[in-house]
Design a protein around this ligand. Sequence first.
Ligand code: UGA
Length: 435
Amino acid sequence: MRIAMIGAGYVGLVSGACLSDFGHEVVCIDKDKSKVRALLDGKIPIYEPGLDDLIARNVREQRLTFRTGLAETVAAADAVFIGVGTPSRRGDGHADLSYVHQAAREIGAAISGYTVVVTKSTVPVGTGDEVERIIREINPKADFAVVSNPEFLREGAAINDFKRPDRIVVGTDDERAKKMMQEIYRPLYLNRSPLVFMSRRTAELTKYAANAFLATKIAFINEIADLCEQVEANVQDVSRGIGLDNRIGSKFLHAGPGYGGSCFPKDTLALMKTAQDYGAPLRIIETVVASNDQRKRAMARKIIAACGGSVRGKTIAILGLTFKPNTDDMREAPSIAIITALQDAGARVRAYDPEGIEQAQLVMGNVEYADDPYSCAEGAAALVIVTEWDAFRALDMRRLKNIIPSGIVVDLRNIYHPDEMAEYGFTYRSIGRAE
Ligand code: UGA
């Protein structure tokens, strides 16, 4: 199969690389000349474990390449995937579809022979109809079908998620397109990953519903964690106690500082807006969004309380800045709201992250960045774990105890054990556990 992947961002690069690894001929197209040049030089613009090797192998074996212009590639392609960004539109929270529409116009002008146009980007219900209308308007004779095929990739685990998916959702009523999608995902399909066919609009909504449900699970367990702290219960035991019920499931019940990243905050907001527009408001999601927003600042209040009620003039050491481990992504990271609130309360902030410092510097200039966890903690009034990088799980606690005079540790991801921390002599605060 010849595949054109429009957009060499996160979704496009991972999907393009994995599809080429299945044996398809893939061209990733991006307007950004310097990005394409870097990719051709073997430089990968994002941090994703395993992606550099995967790209290098498929480039070497000539199944994967990168280009700036799309006309030639789209004309020759059996399938054209749209993997461009759909950021939140400033002001109203709706998804900004200008990149998707632009891609549709360019595809319309270039398409030739029967072509399946696949939206991989997360797009509001009805976007497939609009993409179809745009292509048809530009090229009335074009022979094509527009399919929705949302991605369910987690950053940091994206390659595994692509190659071992729980399911592949395909939204189309076109029989030729169904066959083509089956062919594209053949290796997964043969491996018994279910290919779930549905209407295009249903597939578009399924993506939002999945993310909104996962966000709801997180917001739910976070609120239960707050209650645990008040009634001397343990949220981790609650998670296990409810998660072993198959109807609930154990995943995404890890209490923390609130969800972040480029997907959950944006998608819950967009879904909420769509539902309001259609007169079918999603009250639960509205509450989830508000609860998660409030939570980030509540975490700063928790840190201030642990420091005896004031952080004015004190240095707070933050370990972990990215929205989750194994990424350098700072988008909507809880660390940003927490650090801002601490600074508003008069604290100086020193921070360390294994991969995220470069990105963090772009959004937070007034933070002192350390080279390692120990120089970050040196002399701080409190040490705060914000992101659960594995490297923080096995820190030398004796050494830390010696360099943090107050002995205050606030663990917003519950990576340490309260009893052990007490044995080391720390004053330890975590999430949803009575200490
Ligand atoms: C999420 C979904 O998990 C993917 O299935 C989806 O494809 C993707 O969004 C997307 O729409 O593109 P991602 O944003 O990479 O993936 O990250 P997650 O691993 O889902 O984590 C999101 C946030 O939730 C993080 O801030 C994480 O720390 C938080 N989280 C997650 C918790 O606080 N507790 C949990 O139990 C799980």
